[in-house]
Design a binder for this molecule. Structure first.
Ligand code: NAI
Length: 248
């Protein structure tokens, strides 16, 4: 199904995990993808995509928290592809610890990457999207942003912040043909969650009605729906994909 034919997508944090799966899904749907990561990992993902979909992917190395560098990479992506139809702000990090002991550095690093990083990329694409009077922006939040999570004050604040950003931009851009939505994953099996102690994983598992963790493909399916023509009347929403963990 070529539902993303002639569509250009930017996926941040595309070097592995959920971002890699999202990037591959766009390519599988006939789209072209700018795979962004802060390391050269996105180059390997772009290479894998091009092996099956020649010319569908290009890799870009940038720290999303660096506004000036994001502006430059954004300009490069427009130069390479000519336009951008879809932006997925997926890059994210954790620096967990109880609030009482959390360092300023850990607070700033998480907020700068997860929240400011998303805003940086939005500002890099929104003017041309407004001009072309179409676009899709999808921010990857988290159930931690919906319900809070002990030991993740910085992360939960950044992910809740993304929801406020999503709703505000949805209102600002609705009249310009641009939708802005969020996806809030529950516990998904990636390198990010692999490192958690077994006791935490068991505790989380007991809160998931479906009794299992999700796969990156579960999030990619939600993102590609929101990016597709089928979701043209959906904006300002948060699609929670969590096996029933949070039922708002
Ligand atoms: P991951 O750690 O496996 O991958 C994150 C990717 O983001 C990596 O490619 C990394 O290089 C990139 N990245 C990190 N900081 C960056 C920066 N400053 N600039 C550019 N790229 C950067 O993480 P995972 O699990 O794939 O998560 C992806 C997104 O989904 C994150 O925003 C995460 O917070 C969110 N999420 C993940 C959940 C999970 O259970 N795995 C649950 C809820 C949300």
């Amino acid at each position: 199904m070529n539902r993303f034919e002639n569509q250009i997508a930017i996926v941040t944090g595309a070097g592995r995990g959920i971002g890699e799966s999202i990037a591959k899904s766009f390519a599988a749907g006939g789209g072209k993808v700018a795979c962004v990561s802060r390391s050269d990992s996105a180059a390997k993902v772009a290479e894998a995509i091009n092996a099956t979909h020649p010319g569908a992917a290009r890799a870009y190395c940038v720290d999303v928290a660096n506004k000036k560098a994001v502006e430059e990479v954004g300009a490069q992506i427009f130069a390479d592809f000519g336009k951008v139809d879809i932006l997925v702000n997926n890059a994210g990090i954790t620096r967990d610890g109880l609030a009482m002991r959390m360092s300023e550095e850990d607070w700033d690093a998480v907020l700068d990457t997860n929240l400011k990083g998303a805003f940086n990329f939005i500002q890099a694409v929104m003017r041309p999207m407004i001009k072309q009077r179409s676009g899709r922006i999808i921010n990857i939040s988290s159930v931690a942003g919906l319900m809070g999570n002990a030991g993740q004050a910085n992360y939960a604040a950044s992910k809740a912040g993304l929801l406020g950003l999503t709703k505000t931009l949805a209102r600002e851009l609705a009249g310009r043909g641009i939708t802005v939505n969020a996806v809030a994953p529950g516990f998904i099996k990636t390198d990010m969650t692999d490192v958690l102690p077994e006791a935490i994983k068991t505790g989380v598992l007991s809160q998931i009605p479906m009794g299992r963790f999700g796969e990156p493909e579960d999030i990619a399916a939600a993102v590609t729906f929101l990016a597709s023509a089928a979701a043209k009347y959906v904006t300002g929403q948060t699609l929670t994909v969590d096996g029933g963990m949070v039922m708002a």
